[in-house]
Design a protein around this ligand. Structure first.
Ligand code: ZN
Ligand code: ZN
Length: 362
């Protein structure tokens, strides 16, 4: 209930009369309910002032009641198949609403239906209000992220079992996806096995390319734990001895990533933290090959606020959790990325990923 009360206070402070939250990470954050996104409307309503309630299809009421929602004392308003749930919801709100906020991932068909049901109210996004809460993790959320980090670390530890010359990226990726589940995740969200020249493409997934001796291989993997919190960690491996050029810039990348994880602390801005790594990489002559931001926040979504990017003046605060993942990508040749999730503490930061960052030759 603490998250709901904070969200209501934040909505009031932002001049928003009510938050309308459909199934997704915001609903899970606020209530713990991992509702199925369906065409039938499920919507948590948080008036800035007043009692929260949740509109649910009658068919979904037992699932909602069995979820964490059942323990929060939130009134469940069930609607029948022939009712209009948007009008039902609007009828329970006070008249004369000026601004209502919809969650950032609400389906367009629902957003437009709310426009018709609440014609006098201007719609805005709930994201700015809710991300301010979600980006500052409670100790319980930090513990969840650490458990997710430990689980994905167990998968990286086993990499030598799968990464071998003669196997395709897809075969290796299948083994990794299975291991992500074995390690305690409820879902494998992404598996990147980028060998040789594919390593130069940061978001390559897997392909039929056969891994060869001497290939550097970027392995970026993550999943969602049963409590909804996500993991994300990248290590770059070398299958046999790597090319000399690769070994040279891997050392530069390692220095940059280590300097950034050391520098991550409350009081530094996202732009400054980005520069800590970018400056090291640029000074070594590889600046033009670091082609993306340093990192992204993580929690109930793999990518959320705060983004560690040179255009952001956001000052980092205790509880913020984000990735530090600089990379160097040489088109047509190979690439490398090292990624850890860190959580800001009161006076520094903690890495949730603990596998060695030095180049591992398999
Ligand atoms: Zn990643
Ligand atoms: Zn990442």
């Amino acid at each position: 209930m603490a998250h709901i009360e904070r969200a209501q206070a934040a909505a009031a402070a932002a001049g928003i009369d009510a938050l309308l939250i459909s199934p997704g990470p915001d609903l899970r954050y606020l209530t713990g309910y991992d509702a199925l996104p369906l065409e039938r409307l499920t919507c948590l309503v948080l008036p800035a002032h007043g009692e929260p309630f949740m509109v649910v299809p009658l068919l979904e009421k037992p699932a909602a009641q069995a979820s964490a929602v059942g323990t929060l004392g939130i009134e469940l308003v069930a609607w029948q198949e022939t009712e209009d749930p948007y009008l039902l919801l609007a009828g329970r709100l006070p008249a004369g609403l000026i601004r209502v906020a919809v969650d950032n991932h609400m389906w367009a068909e629902k957003v437009l239906a709310f426009q018709d049901a609440l014609p006098g109210a201007r719609q805005v996004l709930a994201g700015p209000v809710l991300s301010e809460l979600r980006m500052r993790k409670t100790p319980e959320e930090a513990a969840s992220l650490k458990a997710a980090g430990a689980a994905i670390d167990r998968v990286h530890h086993q990499m030598a079992d799968w990464l071998r010359p003669g196997r395709t990226e897809r075969e290796v990726g299948k083994d990794i996806a299975d291991a992500i589940i074995q390690s305690g995740h409820s879902r494998a969200d992404f598996v990147i096995v980028a060998s040789g020249p594919n390593g130069a493409s940061p978001h390559h997934e897997v392909s039929e390319r056969v891994i060869e001796a001497g290939d550097p291989v970027v392995v970026d993997i993550g999943g969602t734990m049963p409590d909804g919190y996500c993991s994300d960690s990248t290590r770059t491996y070398s299958v046999g001895e790597p090319p000399a050029e690769f070994a040279t810039y891997y050392d530069v990348l390692l220095r940059a990533q280590m300097a950034q994880t050391e520098a991550a602390r409350p009081g530094i801005t996202a732009a400054e933290l980005d520069a800590v790594g970018r400056d090291i990489i640029a000074a070594a002559g590889y600046g033009e090959f670091f082609i993306h931001r340093t990192g992204h926040g993580i929690g109930l979504e793999t990518h959320e606020e705060p983004y560690i990017v040179s255009s952001s003046s956001r000052v980092l605060e205790p509880g913020m959790a984000f990735s530090i993942e600089p990379g160097i990508y040489l088109p047509g040749k190979h690439g490398a990325r090292i990624e850890d999730i860190v959580i800001c503490t009161e006076d520094g930061s903690e890495r949730v990923n603990q596998t060695p960052r030095e180049l591992r030759v398999i």
